[in-house]
Design a binder for this molecule. Structure first.
Ligand code: NAP
Length: 293
């Protein structure tokens, strides 16, 4: 008798669990759990494509990201600050890979340039589905020698640029109730670095901003995640004095610098893969094990 009663209670609890689960799914715009698994398994086969803006994509990591998204058939806005020729070359490569591309010069340290970047893209393609905040600069020196301009320039491009571009993107994505933002932070934003007070503060700010955007927009089906690279082979790391290189490599368990394409693979997943739809507010270090805990 007791067992029957318990079974009844458990059955009731299971029904209760099912109905609260279906209430949650209904609230998320999905009717039945089988519909969810079918949708996930079907969409897992193919990445989505759409209109993407990749800031600072004429070189380095941004270029690799733009090519990776273009190769998925996306329409990619290739942004640059000064190197128009390099950006045009990236656009050509995207078209060869089967995507579409446009080139937009805009200084991410200037609000009016960011507004124009979004206007040019929406005038041409009507919307923005993916924003990759990649543009970044360094002005390294020890804190005691850091001039106000060195501090401000890095904060303007690496932090304020991410904020204003994300604000512009979420206006568009919020109306569409769909979008993905990926911010390129840095392991320096997690652990700090002597000689990079400006850069570390900006990247740490980007990580906190990522979580805030994720919280504010999760209900609108917009995800926002950060990728925190370690040492990646690019013009930025080519500027590091060779005398420090041996020591840097000693601190990387993988024993080598990462490649821009390796970062691009993670960004593509977060930006396009249906399987990443439930990931938001996270920061992924991609650093050959440098900052593992
Ligand atoms: P990079 O090779 O120096 O390339 C920088 C890119 O950003 C270029 O396309 C450049 O355009 C653009 N850019 C610079 N200032 C800009 C501005 N004010 N407005 C718009 N675009 C601007 O850099 P990277 O190594 O690929 O780094 C890309 C991102 O990853 C940065 O956010 C960086 O902080 C981050 N990161 C890099 C590493 C690394 O080891 N490389 C590690 C951690 C994080 P132009 O070609 O026109 O100058």
């Amino acid at each position: 008798m007791q067992t029957a009663c318990l079974n009844q209670q458990l059955a009731g609890a299971r029904v209760g669990m099912r109905s609260s689960a279906s209430r949650l799914l209904k609230a998320a715009g999905v009717r039945r759990s089988s519909t969810v698994s079918k949708a996930v398994s079907a969409s897992a086969l193919q990445l989505e494509s759409g209109v993407c803006i990749v800031t600072g994509s004429s070189r380095g990591i941004g270029k690799a990201v733009a090519l990776a998204l273009g190769a998925q058939g996306c329409k990619v806005a290739v942004n640059y600050a000064g190197r128009k020729d390099a950006a045009e070359e990236v656009a050509q490569q995207i078209e060869q890979l089967g995507g579409e591309a446009m080139v937009v010069g805009a200084n991410l340290g200037k609000r009016e340039d960011i507004e124009r970047l979004f206007k040019e893209v929406t005038d041409k393609w009507g919307t923005v589905n993916v924003l990759v905040n990649n543009a970044g600069i360094t002005r390294d020196t020890l804190m005691m020698r850091m001039k106000p301009e060195q501090w401000q320039e890095v904060i303007d491009v690496n932090l304020s640029g991410v904020f204003y571009a994300s604000q512009a993107a979420t206006k568009i994505m919020g109306k569409a109730r769909k979008g993905r933002i990926v911010n390129i932070a840095s392991v320096v934003g997690l652990v700090g670095n002597a000689g990079q007070a400006n850069y570390a503060a900006a990247k740490g700010g980007v990580i906190a901003l990522t979580k805030t955007i994720a919280r504010e927009y999760a209900g609108r089906n917009i995800t926002c995640n950060a990728v925190a690279p370690g040492f990646i082979a690019s013009d930025m790391t080519a500027a590091i004095d060779a005398k420090y290189e041996e020591q840097i490599l000693k601190g990387i368990p993988a024993g080598r610098y990462g490649q821009p394409e390796e970062v691009a693979g993670l960004v593509r997943f977060l930006a396009l893969d249906p399987a990443a739809a439930y990931i938001t507010g996270q920061t992924y270090a991609i650093d050959g094990g440098m900052t593992m805990q």
